[in-house]
Design a binder for this molecule. Structure first.
Ligand SMILES: C[S@@+](CC[C@H](N)C(=O)[O-])C[C@H]1O[C@@H](n2cnc3c(N)ncnc32)[C@H](O)[C@@H]1O
Length: 355
């Protein structure tokens, strides 16, 4: 224990470490109320509800009311729920807040429930327990060490985890695309043809084309991924390998959450192939990724910092990057000019130009 000048224990910093240490209590409590269906129950009536009213809407005949009340109290202290004492009955009544509106399951376009279930999944938790070993020994990442195979191989064997993972990715796309479409509206005006490289099922490009019908959209991903992608009007699916070539000439390439999966060397390969596929003069790259900032201006900056370690734990070479790192990478990949556009998300838009 550090000692003060008069030999007494210096208590400074203790609360800060405890605050960081026990953040998992918040995560697991969120998971708990999501699994129980509390936010949806609170959303089923237009007025604040007592604990008994909440319980009556949950499918658990043996529900432990005392335990539930303690979780509700804790999360109300964190402003996840609103708790007030009803003047007439003296009972506490609970309601949703701006935060818990993101925990509803019937509001898919603005739900973080799949993200809660992925972040707190036992396989994810096990991976964090192998973080220090992966650093001490190098080689396999925490996820592979904990679960016996890489993230994607594991998903091919574990359907339940694959579903949770896919839903979390889709939820991220829905939430982030809302911000992209709102804050980058004019960015799509001069785009005639756009390719979403690594677009997965094509949801993102489909949303862009729906909002900007003058765009001809292509969804480019691995052949087996596009083979099972749904049909969208004005979106053509093209299968291939982004490390070989991107076989479509376009005014714009959309790259959402691709580069953070790869090492700098691999990213440069992808960027060079994007460069080749773009119109020389008016072509542009629209990257949607985190930009690490050492000084946290908002909670989204903190989330981006956390994501770098999430990538460290789940993938062998994935990482988030600072503006300086993006600048170097883009230059090496043939994009010397760029602009960063902040959006209400832990991801930003990086608009990059070949000349
Ligand atoms: C993390 S996901 C991102 C998907 C989507 N852009 C999004 O934001 O939800 C990465 C995507 O890259 C695709 N991918 C991986 N390797 C690829 C390759 N060599 N060529 C094309 N796509 C690839 C994967 O199939 C997957 O759909």
């Amino acid at each position: 224990m550090p000692e003060g000048t008069n030999g007494s224990v210096d208590h400074g910093g203790q609360a800060e470490i405890l605050q960081i240490l026990d953040n998992f209590v918040e995560s697991m409590s969120l998971k708990c109320v999501v699994e129980l269906g509390v936010p949806d129950a609170l959303n089923s009536l237009n007025y604040p509800m007592t604990l008994s009213q909440i319980a009556a809407r949950l499918p658990f005949p043996n529900l432990d009311m005392d335990r539930l009340s303690r979780v509700m109290w804790f999360l109300s202290c964190r402003k996840v729920f609103d708790a007030t004492v009803d003047k007439e009955s003296g009972e506490t009544v609970y309601g949703l807040t701006d935060s818990s509106k993101w925990l509803l399951t019937d509001n898919k376009s603005e739900s973080l429930v799949p993200a809660v279930l992925l972040a707190t999944h036992p396989c994810a938790m096990a991976a964090w327990n192998c973080m220090s070993t992966s650093i001490a020994e190098g080689g396999a990442c925490g996820f592979s060490r904990a679960n016996g195979s890489t993230l994607y191989d594991f998903q091919s064997k574990n359907y339940e985890y694959k579903k949770v993972f896919r839903e979390a990715m889709a939820c991220n796309t829905r939430v982030v695309m809302k911000a992209v479409l709102e804050y980058y509206k004019d960015g799509f005006n001069d785009v005639g043809t756009m390719v979403d490289v690594g677009g997965g099922s094509g949801d993102a490009v489909a949303e862009i084309v729906e909002a900007h019908p003058h765009i001809k959209g292509f969804n480019f991903d691995l052949p087996d991924v596009v083979a099972s992608a749904p049909d969208y009007p004005s979106v053509s699916h093209v299968g291939g390998d982004m490390f070989a070539t991107i076989p479509i000439n376009a005014d714009a390439i959309f790259l959402k959450w691709i580069l953070h999966n790869w090492s700098d060397e691999k990213c440069v390969e992808i960027l060079k192939n994007c460069r080749k596929a773009l119109q020389e003069k008016k072509g542009k790259l629209i990257i949607v990724e985190a930009v690490l900032r050492g000084k946290s201006e908002s909670l989204f900056d903190v989330e981006a910092q956390r994501y770098d370690l999430k990538m460290l734990v789940i993938s062998p070479s994935g990482k988030e990057r600072s503006e300086d790192e993006w600048k170097k990478l883009l230059k090496l990949g043939g994009f010397p000019r760029y602009t960063i556009i902040k959006i209400p998300s832990f991801l930003s838009i990086i608009e990059a130009f070949p000349s």
